[in-house]
Design a binder for this molecule. Sequence first.
Ligand code: GDP
Ligand code: MG
Length: 375
Amino acid sequence: MTDKDERPEWVPENATKGFATKIMKGVDGGHDGFSQSQAKSLPSDTPIKRGLSLDEVVNGILNNERPILARAITLVESNAPKHIEKAQQILNQILPYTGKALRIGITGVPGAGKSTFIEALGSYLCDQGLRVAVLAVDPSSTITGGSVLGDKTRMEKLARKKNAFIRPSPSSGNLGGVNRKTRETMLLCEAAGYDVILIETVGVGQSEIVVRSMVDMFALIVLTGAGDELQGMKKGIMELADIIIINKADGDNETKAIIAQKEYNQILHYLRPATEGWETKAFTCSSYYSKGIDIIWNEMKSFQRNIQASGLLQKRRESQVKDWIYSMIKDQLEQKFFRHPEVKKIMPSIERDVISGKQPVTQAVKLLFERYEGN
Ligand SMILES: Nc1nc2c(ncn2[C@@H]2O[C@H](COP(=O)(O)OP(=O)(O)O)[C@@H](O)[C@H]2O)c(=O)[nH]1
Ligand SMILES: [Mg+2]
């Protein structure tokens, strides 16, 4: 092909080389811009062809075909009514195969090392022949589109293991929506046969409460310098934890971590236990050097055995599902109320009246509900 042939036909006949237009040679590859050789080396989570039947999707999940699992999760994460409907059909079918995994929530301030810990624990478990799914609940990504967890780059080692499945946080919707999406994603992963589900969340706002309400065990990751940190730490979050992990116990930090461990254990003694019949204890580890991970996993296993034997696991899950029903009803009622055309119409004037003291709040709300109920 000559240079002239490559020019579009609208280029003037007498145009010199300076005429700024040229057609570039196409790249060697598919529409996604990857060359064929690269495309072959992509992980198997890349999209697959559309149009699978419900049975094919369900079987694909049960056989842990990762592209199908990933696509089912995308359906669960969608807000489109058509997708929600399809997702519910899938969930309905896989429900009998769920519930066998140990569900662990992991929280802590940004930088505590949650992602690094998950990577270390996840890799350790994969090496033991267990299958691990990692999910995330990140409130910042739902509000600002940013990510506090920022774990995409940090779990590269784990992502390469064939027994690991990593799914970043659903990035749209309110906390209620994220709650549903994460729970349903967890169920899909269980049906696909994952033995351990690790859910990372940041200790900000309500997200740790939401995650606490969907897991069997809750782990709090902290750093040394416990004296200062304990002062600032909300007692509430410590009372949610079934295990406290003092991370970065390496180098100069190791001795400090051991001192912090003693301090935490002393304080835990005076707190209400998160789980009836279970004593929450503090452990040290270095996620970065994968030190102490085996001891922490033993503690987690022992927790699982304990709550299984006492029947608490069953009870906890039953009450979690019940709470889920109520929280979903509340979410939907709230949305319906605020989207109601009559409510939307009179809301601004009601607000003005209340702010300027023309109307008491109780009466204003009563009026809004009358409009909502069509009276
Ligand atoms: N020295 C040391 N650094 C760590 C350890 N765990 C995490 N880090 C570092 O701490 C920083 C924050 O870790 P990250 O896992 O992203 O924290 P997250 O925000 O809680 O998920 C990173 O630079 C990690 O490399 C550890 O055990 N030892
Ligand atoms: Mg993180």
